[in-house]
Write a protein that binds this ligand. Structure first.
Ligand code: ZN
Length: 143
């Protein structure tokens, strides 16, 4: 069964109107196909903070990797937690054009109050890949 491409756009307009500390949950599932290929699913919790929205995702993914010994393609299950604070784009970019070095401009809430979690998920999936993937522990390598 073909899964849909990962669409991880979440409208937080309502959450931003609620008091700080309010939360919103949603489910995520879909395919990712840039740099790392595979399917992802899990839960996301959004928390309204004083500056923006703290996003916490608990995800499992099955990604396609190339065995470092035999160069075969195989699927690896990984599970990981991603956590980032999204700030309103207008605050991050500012009028001065200066932005704090720690705050990635990728993690912003756009002017329509939409969060895009796909970049966050892709980055954390990459971070959680095994360093030397093996299709099986006793892979004999290329024959
Ligand atoms: Zn192998």
């Amino acid at each position: 069964m073909e899964k849909e491409s990962l669409i991880a756009l979440i409208n937080v307009a309502q959450l931003l109107k609620e008091p700080i500390g309010s939360t919103q949950s949603c489910d995520i599932s879909g395919m990712i196909d840039e740099e790392v290929e595979g399917s992802v699913e899990g839960k996301t919790k959004l928390i309204h903070t004083s500056q923006g929205i703290l996003v916490r995702c608990e995800l499992t993914a099955e990604v396609k990797l190339i065995c470092s010994r035999c160069l075969d393609t195989f699927l690896v299950p990984i599970s990981f937690t991603a956590e980032e604070e999204f700030l309103p784009a207008s605050d991050v970019l500012g009028d001065s054009g200066l932005s704090s070095p720690e705050q990635s401009e990728e993690f912003t809430i756009d002017d329509k109050n939409i969060l895009d979690l796909s970049e966050l998920i892709r980055q954390y999936a990459l971070l959680n890949l095994p360093m030397k993937p093996l299709c099986r522990p006793d892979c004999p390598g290329i024959n």
